[in-house]
Design a protein around this ligand. Structure first.
Ligand code: OSB
Ligand code: MG
Length: 385
């Protein structure tokens, strides 16, 4: 049967965080998220979140206005044109080809791709983890702690450990690093502990990170510039703790560049990659990167972007891949990040472990009535058949 896309709709949904989330680049209390909804000629409806932030302080093109512009001006019209010329778009490769000429716009592209993955999964009645080659049904997950003071971070860490989480990630920046990491390590001597600087250090002050080298940290995430790989590889030679790249990885080629640099002095065990599907344009590229890293002996994990429960559920499915070696960022210490979320079922980890079920697609029910009430349609592209 010939199937095609009949419409693509972009919704904009305000989300209220249960508690403020602080990083080196600022504090967020609310978010404003585009969700892409694709409808097909065979009566399916798929949804993909674009986990934007309010501004480009984390990195370029992550802000809601940029993503809405890319979708409206370039990506959705390209999908429409491609289908008009080719007759159908019924697969992920065809969809990606339709907008491959657009440089960058990784976050915007990822929402369209995620909606199409939801359709492909529904059409074949498979869970996403199964479509993606997942084999692990149960795996450890961790929490990301964005606190403003040492005592706030300790409180959040306490909550997470009480819930059974065995892996904590703590946000740091110059002056809020050694003390907070040491305090968490002193309180929880046997958790997997890692820190994330979100590019807050420079070549003038990165030496502060050497103070953390005796804390048995799993990794230090993106200490330097958001667009840098080379300088990270240089400071990595002078640190025992592995460096993890987040912001600077957008594609397989970025991971390959990092592998070349760290490989030059046998340092691949000191390179870790945070794979965020939306930051690498979608799940297809994320899977390619995970396989490449695994082959080269580079450990990887699935990072989050304060995603809604729908985005988190998709990311959890990706954790089924045997190539993913480290626990991901998948929950806030108290459960879902938001006061009101877009799925009916909450995502629950037992004793720090998440178990994937047999449910179709993401494995959780998307709450359409609530979603429609929470947000509004901002753009709609009709496609001819
Ligand atoms: O750097 O990993 C990051 C949230 C927003 C933007 C960037 C980051 C984060 C997090 C939260 O650390 C991770 C999560 O979603 O659980
Ligand atoms: Mg990060």
């Amino acid at each position: 049967m010939q199937t095609s896309i009949s419409s693509i709709t972009v919704h904009r949904v305000p989300l209220q965080l249960r508690q403020p989330f602080t990083t080196s680049f600022g504090t967020y209390e609310t978010l404003d998220r585009p969700f892409v909804v694709i409808e097909t000629s065979d009566g399916l409806r798929g949804v993909g979140e674009v986990p934007t932030l309010l501004d480009p302080a984390y990195k370029a093109e992550v802000d809601t206005p940029s993503v809405l512009t890319s979708l409206r001006e370039f990506i959705l019209p390209s999908v429409e044109r491609f289908q008009r010329e080719q007759g159908e778009i019924d697969s992920i490769p065809a969809l990606r080809e339709s907008y491959s000429w657009v440089k960058g716009a990784v976050f915007a592209k990822s929402g369209v791709e995620a909606a199409m993955w939801d359709i492909v999964a529904q059409r074949t009645s498979h869970p996403l983890w199964h479509l993606w080659g997942g084999e692990r049904r149960t795996f450890p997950v961790g929490v990301s702690i964005g606190g403003k003071t040492v005592s706030q971070v300790l409180d959040l860490a306490e909550q997470a450990v009480a819930l059974g989480y065995g892996r904590l990630k703590v946000k740091i920046w110059p002056g809020f690093d050694d003390e907070v990491a040491r305090a968490v390590r002193r309180r929880f001597s046997d958790v997997f502990l890692q820190v994330d600087a979100n590019s807050a250090y420079t070549m003038a002050n990165w030496h502060r990170l050497q103070m953390l080298d005796d804390l048995d940290l799993l990794l230090i995430e993106q200490p330097l510039f958001d667009d840098d790989i080379v300088l990270h590889s240089e400071i990595s030679r002078k640190l025992r703790t592995p460096i993890c790249l987040d912001e600077s990885i957008h594609s397989l080629r970025d991971a390959q560049a990092a592998a070349t640099l760290w490989g030059q002095n046998n340092g691949l065990a000191r390179l870790i990659v945070n794979i965020k599907p939306p930051r690498v344009s979608g799940f297809a590229e994320a899977i390619t990167i995970a396989r490449f890293c695994h082959e080269r002996g580079i450990r990887s994990w699935i990072g989050g972007m304060l995603d809604s429960a729908w985005g988190k559920a998709m990311n959890l499915n990706l954790n089924g891949l045997p190539e993913i070696e480290l626990p991901g960022d998948h929950f806030s210490p108290g459960g879902a990040y938001f006061v009101e979320d877009v799925t009916g079922t909450p995502l629950v980890a037992e004793a720090g472990q998440f178990a994937l079920g047999d449910g179709v697609s993401a494995g959780v029910a998307f709450d359409w009535p609530r979603f429609e009430r929470m947000g509004q349609v901002v753009y709609r592209q009709e496609l001819a058949r």
